[in-house]
Ligand binder design. Structure first.
Ligand code: HQG
Length: 179
């Protein structure tokens, strides 16, 4: 991504996942806001994003962080504010991966994976993605989650529009120890 796209992606992620109030807007229950309202609000706060840049962000980035539908936009996942994405529960693949760092392992072993400040635990379908998620914080550690086992046991899984898997909590029992 160009610097300009990265900066716009971070700004939109901040506003649409965590702090819509920072630019004086409100999201609906599903996390959506009109694109026009968002762009006007950003401009009013000196953080203008052009419609062209927004189009490129929605269409072109690797992570597909944003969804646009009928003139409205929302973050596909990653919220800390309460939203109901209205995703359908789906059966997960046999295993999913979670990227983290060694300093979090004692807590994870004791309590499992918690969403912390987000609404859901984020899981990836492949090790590469999980490695990149963990690497945001340091030397990555990739944990394997027995998603099929959890699902059989009654846990609910969702797949966000960008392919990120979401669940409420992963108890330690379902984390397969690294070899
Ligand atoms: C850790 C990025 C101690 C957990 C990524 C993680 C992802 C625990 C951190 C998305 C714990 C939470 C989400 C426990 C969990 N004890 N530590 N019991 N349970 N943790 O950022 O999964 O670039 O909220 O391992 O690509 O790192 O923003 O979650 O390290 O998809 O689009 O607590 O964010 O996407 O951190 O990342 P986060 P995450 P974007």
């Amino acid at each position: 991504m160009t610097d300009q796209l990265t900066a716009a992606s971070k700004l939109l992620a901040y506003v649409l996942r965590h702090r819509p109030d920072a630019v004086g807007i409100a999201l609906d229950d599903g996390g959506w806001v009109d694109v026009d309202i968002l762009l006007t609000a950003l401009a009013r706060h000196g953080r203008a994003v052009t419609p062209d840049l927004l189009d490129r962000l929605v269409a072109g980035t690797d992570k597909q962080r944003f969804e646009v539908l009928g003139g409205r936009i929302r973050a596909a996942q990653g919220h800390s504010i309460s939203v109901d994405l209205r995703l359908e529960p789906v059966a997960p693949p046999p295993v999913l991966y979670h990227g983290t760092v060694a300093r979090f392992l004692p807590g994870i072993r004791a309590e499992g994976l918690h969403p912390r400040r987000r609404t859901h635990v984020h899981l990836s379908v492949d090790r590469e993605t999980a490695t990149a998620v963990g690497a945001r914080r340091g030397e990555p550690v990739v944990l394997t989650v027995d998603a099929a086992g959890m699902h059989r046991d009654g846990s609910v899984f969702y797949r966000a529009a960008n392919g990120v898997w979401l669940t409420n909590h992963v108890p330690p029992l379902w984390i397969i120890p690294p070899r």
